[in-house]
Design a protein around this ligand. Structure first.
Ligand code: SAM
Length: 378
């Protein structure tokens, strides 16, 4: 499929309604060979993006990998949810570029109600009564990660379709710096309008993710703190990882956890907040006056692989068990060959068992992963 034309890649096939999950015999939650429960699925619905952020993309146009019909993502998500997935995050590329994303969200949200229609407890070791054998989850969390450019127009319909929350990526709060990073004029105002529309639509508190690079946008830290406190968004600073299309990453570009914490403390004294959930990647803080929430996500300087609960599906239907995997696992080919839900579930279990123990960023012999972030799904 790689190298397929745009026309081939983008399917307009409608999503069948009635997402009633088929029964299948897979039992037990997804657990890898290191004992980690896998509960968090990220699905890239396209690797196209309308921004060309300088630290992420080379600036060349276009996607490299194909897109599946949304109905195929739905089927795959349904099988994953039946295996104990509790959070589904739709991402990309830029997910809001996919027409009918709202329909996909509406159908995924049906997996919550399919639980209500079938109250059989999820079966198996470490089973969870919130999951049904028929593939539903009573409290399925559905999120989208977006650059926010198209969000203002879509926020309300996304919310109405059943979206739980939205994360918006912003790497500056200065409009000129922002446009230099995204390489799209006027992008800051568009994204700010998107953030505000999402808050107004009931998708708040919106999370804002900022990837910090030394000497590039770390002069934005103070302004970001004020932005978060005045806009009422939850701010997450993320360390830059070697996942770019170009080769610009080096250890020096990373603003590590201790340095960032000290710099935030200098803006206003930080007060630690307790974690929300076991697999949470962010160390959370508020300030001494209780206003605002800031998180530091430090996969490089404080790797959290031991608590990783994630698995990713690329836009072309490959499973990636780690951002830094050297291999893709071709789930789509199982589906394409006419595999049943049982077959998909068995394939997924087998792949999850092979999940890497950890990444090796910064170690001698580290190999860049076989795909960059935009082609995996962040
Ligand atoms: N287009 C959407 C967006 O902008 O949020 C979703 C895809 S984007 C690849 C997802 C996230 O990955 C963004 O927050 C982006 O900043 C982050 N990202 C991209 N390259 C990264 C890198 N090398 N290290 C850390 N985060 C990165």
């Amino acid at each position: 499929m790689e190298g397929a034309s745009n026309q081939e890649r983008v399917s307009t096939q409608a999503i069948p309604t009635a997402a009633a999950p088929a029964l299948f015999s897979g039992a037990g939650r997804l657990t890898d060979s290191h004992g980690r429960a896998i509960t968090d699925l990220r699905v890239s619905v396209t690797d196209r993006c309308n921004y060309r952020c300088v630290y992420c993309r080379t600036g060349t146009d276009g996607a490299q990998y194909s897109e599946l019909p949304l109905a195929d993502y739905l089927r795959i998500i349904r099988v994953f949810v039946s295996l104990g997935i509790e959070k589904v995050r739709l991402t990309g590329g830029e997910p809001l570029l996919r027409r009918d994303l709202t329909s996909l969200i509406r159908e995924v949200a049906q997996l919550r109600t399919s639980y209500a229609a079938d109250s059989s407890p999820f079966d198996g070791a470490g089973g969870d009564s919130r999951h049904s054998a028929r593939g539903g989850s009573s409290n399925l969390d559905i999120a989208v990660t977006t650059n926010g450019h198209l969000l203002a127009a879509q926020a309300q319909s996304l919310r109405d379709a059943g979206l739980s929350r939205v994360t918006v990526s912003m790497d500056a709060v200065d409009p000129e710096v922002f446009a230099r990073i995204t390489r799209v004029p006027g992008s800051y105002d568009r994204v700010l309008a998107g953030v505000r529309a999402a808050q107004a639509a009931g998708l708040g508190p919106v999370k804002v993710n900022c990837v910090l690079l030394r000497g590039f946008n770390d002069d934005q830290i103070v302004a970001f703190v004020h932005f978060a406190r005045t806009e009422g968004v939850i701010l997450r600073f993320i360390e830059f990882m070697p996942l770019e299309e170009d080769r610009i990453w080096s250890p020096d570009t990373v603003i590590g956890y201790d340095e960032l914490k000290a710099r935030l403390n200098a803006v206003r004294p930080l007060v630690p907040l307790p974690g929300n959930a076991p697999g949470e990647t962010a160390q959370r803080f508020t300030f001494d006056d209780g206003i605002g929430e800031i998180g530091i996500i430090a996969p490089v300087s404080r790797a959290f692989c031991g608590a990783c609960s994630r698995v990713r599906l690329t836009s072309d239907g490959k499973i990636r068990t780690c951002l830094f995997s050297q291999t893709d696992h071709d789930l789509y080919s199982v589906l394409h060959r006419g595999g049943s839900d049982d077959d998909l579930a068995a394939y997924i279990r087998n792949v999850i068992a092979q999940k890497e123990a950890r990444h090796h960023i910064g170690e001698p012999g580290f190999l860049k992963p076989s795909r960059s972030m935009v082609h995996i799904g962040g």
